[in-house]
Design a protein around this ligand. Structure first.
Ligand code: NAD
Length: 345
């Protein structure tokens, strides 16, 4: 017997796929997965998942308001993960980042006015802190209640954060007027298998796999804190179902900062790299440090990190090694070197 009807926007993507897989294990859940597959393709993993009896998959472009007519109006939960993400996208098509992300937010909220969904989740980002951290020298680890800012409105990189700040404000204000429960997670560098090819860990994996030597580390002194996907997914579910979690916004991540240099050397070990390392400049516009303060998430819904960085990296590197071996042609095209963007600064 179905107890919970769950709708997930952006379900073919990295977090959406893992969340759908996790929630579908409970047979009392029925999941409607939505994506236009512009980024998250229907690969073997997703094909297997959407064959499950308690899942339906609908291919929809959420920038088109007519798409929403294909949905019911009664779901118990909605997860809004659909978005254009990735630094490469902001640097090459900032107009599309703004257009697509804004339309998804607005169309979803207008549809929510008429639908009967009481529990809504909106995926936001630690990029919203980047301006404040670099310019106003705010706290690291960073709590949720600091001011948000865009440090350089002209830089295309900030188009993504601009849309996510809009998303937070829009979802909060609509939820107050239209009376639905809302939770917002600011994700901090979530990683794991099937995360695509546009983020720091898959970039490193791909370059070690290709045997780049000497190995150049871009922005070696920058720091990040990486959270393994399984921990993030359990955190999202706990946040959505918690009665104690009364605030709108929670950090989801890992509060152990690591230098990019150390991260690169750890990934190199999984590929038995014994060569030299050299230093390169950081990605244009990227923040120097990033690490979440997780006190509120730990207190309000008992958020936990079970995976150490080494454990998570091991699983992720193994997954990518296998992927690259099986899909040689695809991966030869996928990597874009940070210098590809040197003209955009
Ligand atoms: N992965 C992270 O570390 C991280 C960090 C901060 C924030 N986030 C946020 O979490 C969410 C999920 O991130 P992810 O890493 O899984 O990204 P992803 O790119 O893997 O997934 C996003 C999905 O949205 C879909 N999508 C894009 N435009 C669409 C449209 N018009 N209609 C329907 N679907 C569309 C894409 O096809 C993709 O499958 C995003 O909102 C992102 O901004 C993720």
């Amino acid at each position: 017997m179905i107890k919970k009807k769950i709708l997930i926007f952006g379900a073919s993507g990295f977090i959406g796929y893992h969340l759908s897989k996790y929630l579908s294990r409970n047979r009392k859940n029925f999941l409607t997965l939505v994506d236009d597959n512009s980024r998250g393709k229907i690969d073997e993993d997703l094909r297997k998942l959407i064959k499950k009896k308690n899942i339906e998959f609908i291919r929809l472009d959420l920038t088109n308001p007519k798409s929403f007519k294909k949905l019911n109006s009664k779901y118990d939960q909605l997860y809004v993960l659909a978005s254009v993400v990735g630094v490469n996208n902001t640097l090459t098509r900032p107009d599309k980042v703004i257009e697509i992300n804004t339309l998804i937010i607005i169309n979803t909220l207008i549809w929510l006015k008429k639908s009967k969904i009481d529990n809504v989740f909106y995926a936001s980002t630690s990029e919203n802190y980047a301006g404040t951290l670099d310019i106003l020298k705010n706290k690291i680890p960073t709590p949720e209640n600091i001011h948000l800012s865009i440090s350089d409105i002209e830089h295309p990189r900030y188009t993504y954060a601009a849309t996510k700040i809009l998303g937070e404000s829009a979802f909060i204000n609509f939820s107050k007027i239209w009376n639905f429960n809302l939770k917002i997670a600011r994700f901090h560098n979530i990683y794991g298998p099937r995360m695509g090819f546009k983020h720091v860990i898959p970039h490193l994996v791909e370059r070690f796999y290709k045997k780049e030597s000497p190995f150049k580390i871009y922005g070696p002194n920058q720091t990040r804190a990486f959270c393994y996907i399984d921990d993030a997914i359990i955190g999202i579910e706990k946040m959505m179902n918690s009665k104690k979690a009364k605030d709108y916004i929670y950090n989801i991540g890992f509060d152990e900062e690591v230098k990019i240099e150390k991260l690169s050397k750890l990934v190199g070990k999984f590929f038995n790299y014994k060569g030299k390392f050299t230093k390169g400049s950081p990605f244009p516009g990227s923040t120097k440090r990033r690490c979440p303060d997780l006190k509120k998430s730990r207190k309000d819904f008992n958020f936990k990190n079970k995976f150490t960085l080494l454990q998570g990296l091991k699983i992720t590197c193994q997954w990518y090694k296998k992927y690259f071996q099986e899909n040689k042609k695809i991966f030869e095209k996928s990597y874009q070197h940070p210098n590809d963007f040197k003209n955009i600064q």
